[in-house]
Design a protein around this ligand. Structure first.
Ligand code: PLP
Length: 294
């Protein structure tokens, strides 16, 4: 089973817009390939979603904080219990209303290296059901310990990979004294988030600081926190857009980041982003969270 997650927003002008939906179509096609599900016509599928949204347009909230969540899903319908490449499959879409993701404005994370979300040669770069099912046990432990999400680590050096179902960004003064916005590279264990890509595109376009896709370890983060070089850490994803990280429980200690949450000011602004394949190929104004330096 593979799936996608995207939202349709109602703008101030009452127009409905999807956010860079072709990126979701492309990601779904590569997830399907890894699950041995058949190839599908991506623009055609997007057109089906567009029609569905058009039919159900009254469900899209007239609210700044809410949207209609779209869940394209692709499952095998093979009539056999054997483990084999399916000959039959079903591609369908469900939708539901979506509000704010977390109750608080900032997330608390539980980082325990005994749990691994994804590994090299696996399916961590796909939106595949199994990745999420096996994450629940660790999430349960995080919640039992007063945290909202798991900070997924990888390898003996405790590389920071993802936060719950979000990509993760660190805005800091790096080891070379440079102001840098860093996020782990797409090396097979990171989901290529649409929001992640958009943040990279936007901040590279601003040209205000170094923007890197690079490895980050817990020990680098801990020393940077100690030396007050961390300006902000946040997760990114369709569900929450930008979610500041409030604290991280790691190695029996709670690393508090709440005093630096104001290092960046989160504000929603209208940003011109070029989209493909929805409401014509014109560049449209879409609502996304833009990080503004205070
Ligand atoms: C594991 C994981 N990482 C990151 C993301 C963020 O991706 P996107 O920005 O496309 O929502 C998601 C959500 O789909 C996810 O499930």
């Amino acid at each position: 089973m593979v799936f996608e997650g995207l939202k349709v927003y109602r703008g101030d002008d009452n127009k409905l817009r999807l956010f860079r939906p072709m990126l979701n179509m492309n990601r779904m096609a590569s997830s399907a390939k890894k699950a041995c599900l058949p190839a599908f016509d991506q623009p055609e599928f997007l057109e089906c979603i567009r029609r569905l949204v058009e039919i159900d347009q009254d469900w899209v909230p007239h609210s700044y904080n809410a949207s209609l969540y779209i869940r394209p899903t692709f499952i095998s319908t093979e009539q056999s219990l054997g483990v084999k490449k399916p000959c039959r499959a079903l591609l369908y879409v469900i939708m539901c209303l979506a509000g704010t993701y977390f109750n608080t404005n900032a997330a608390s994370l539980w980082a325990d290296p005994k749990y691994i979300r994804a590994w090299k040669g696996g399916t961590g770069d796909c939106k595949m059901g199994g990745n999420y099912g096996c994450s629940l046990f660790a999430l349960d432990e995080a919640v039992d310990n007063g945290c909202q999400q798991v900070l997924w680590l990888y390898g003996d050096d405790h590389q920071i990979t993802e936060a719950g179902t979000m990509n993760v960004f660190l805005f800091w003064i790096n080891e070379d004294g440079e102001e840098e916005l860093a996020t782990p590279p797409l090396d097979g264990i990171i989901l290529p988030g649409v929001t992640r890509q958009s943040i990279l595109d936007l901040t590279r376009n601003w040209g205000e600081f170094k923007v890197s896709e690079r490895y980050l370890t817990m020990s680098q983060l801990c020393s940077a926190l100690k030396q007050q070089r961390v300006k902000e850490m946040f997760g990114s994803g369709t569900a929450c857009m930008i979610c500041p990280i409030r604290h991280i429980a790691y190695n029996g200690q709670v690393r508090n980041l709440s005093n630096i949450i104001l290092g960046f000011k989160k504000t929603s602004v209208e940003v011109e982003v070029s989209t493909q394949g929805f409401y014509s190929s014109k560049s449209v104004k879409v609502l996304i969270s833009k990080l503004l330096k205070v």
